[in-house]
Write a protein that binds this ligand. Structure first.
Ligand code: ADP
Ligand code: MG
Length: 339
């Protein structure tokens, strides 16, 4: 296994919650309406995500975890719109370099599901000596991705993640945020072997219902919401097919000035990708958008000649987010509280 791959994998997958974020986005991309997550030992032992999305064709399984394998890039000219997704074809590849990865999947047109195991980007046998070909099995349409023994081959990183409660907490946080942002989708998150669930949202919900359920009525009452895009606040509900180069839209939910709890809520999505940021303190100047979150990252190995499409304007986004929030808090914005 090459060192380069291992390092690249570590840059994308910092911890169980960052792997989960990628997997949730894949399920959403596959149009899932139900996403069920099972976690063992803070995700270090087991991170499993089951969806009812489109599934993966059997013929795609052999190359699924190869680096830069993606079904989301149809042509070279799609590259610029794709930058909004952050990683093109790197998530599963990365996970296969730092965990034992298996995929069970069935498309609507296939008569049974197929299960495949991956190691370092390639199909691998379930057990030594067996064939590495995908095996037929029972299953519904959709995909189950299982990552086991995360960071088994990078002991330093594993050692840094000793606290499985904290990792589980981060996982719940990621699920909560995606559940709020995607209220039409049912999210379930539980610990393996436990009969109860820690998060369970219905499908076909609304943002305010999801916030109510996940954060409680007090927060739901106080939460402000603002959306805007690089084309101005009136052009907000831009369909995915209309994504274009350099285009971005932001969605922020945040607790307003009436809410005096210890933990303030601040959810920020840019191009539907969760941006990890602290609740903005007074000046708001400290909102930092990590590169990976806004998806401005393009590996030059993909298309070395296309450097110029790599960058969304991080500074502009930060400025607009801060500006919008300030307006909302001053009561001049267009946002609304949820009733
Ligand atoms: P990307 O999302 O950038 O394409 P990933 O490594 O995350 O790269 O996924 C690689 C490919 O695997 C995707 O393009 C998609 O075709 C397929 N895939 C991954 N997860 C799912 C899923 N849950 N349902 C359907 N297809 C999936
Ligand atoms: Mg992906």
């Amino acid at each position: 296994e090459s060192l380069v791959n291992k390092i690249a994998a570590g840059e994308i997958i910092h911890r169980p919650a960052s792997a989960l974020k990628e997997l949730i986005e894949n399920s959403l991309d596959a149009k899932a309406t139900s996403i069920r997550i099972t976690v063992k030992d803070g995700g270090m032992k087991l991170l499993q995500i089951q969806d009812n999305g489109t599934g993966i064709r059997k013929t795609d399984l052999p190359i699924l975890a190869e680096r830069f394998t993606t079904s989301k890039l149809q042509s070279f000219s799609d590259l610029s719109s794709l930058q909004t997704f952050g990683f093109r074809g790197e998530a599963l590849a990365s996970i296969s370099h730092v965990a034992h990865l298996s995929v069970t999947t069935k498309t609507k047109s296939e008569s049974c599901a197929w299960k495949a195991y991956y190691l370092d980007g390639s199909l691998t046998p379930a057990k030594p000596g067996q064939s590495s070909d995908p095996k037929p099995c029972a299953g519904n349409t959709g995909t189950t991705i299982t990552a086991e023994d995360l960071f088994y081959n990078t002991p330093t990183r594993l050692a840094a993640l000793r606290n499985s409660n904290e990792e589980y907490h981060r996982i719940l946080d990621v699920v909560t945020r995606y559940a709020v942002h995607n209220p039409a989708v049912s999210f379930v998150c539980k610990k393996a072997g436990s009969s109860g669930t820690d998060i369970s949202t219905p499908s076909n919900s609304t943002v305010s219902q999801a916030i109510n359920l996940l954060y409680g009525a007090t927060v739901a009452r106080d939460l402000l919401h603002t959306k805007f895009s690089s084309e101005g606040p009136d052009d907000m509900d831009v369909d995915e097919s209309e994504r274009k180069e350099g285009y971005w839209k932001a969605d922020a939910h945040f607790t307003g000035t009436n809410y005096h709890a210890k933990k303030l809520v601040f959810l920020l999505f840019i191009n539907h990708r969760l941006v990890e940021s602290q609740y903005p303190p007074k000046g708001l100047e400290s909102i930092r958008l990590p590169q990976e979150s806004i998806g401005s990252f393009v590996d030059v190995n993909v298309h070395p000649t296309k450097r110029e499409v790599h960058f969304l304007d991080e500074e502009v986004i930060v400025e607009k987010v801060a500006d919008a929030i300030q307006k909302e808090l001053a009561g001049q914005g267009k946002s609304r509280t949820f009733q």
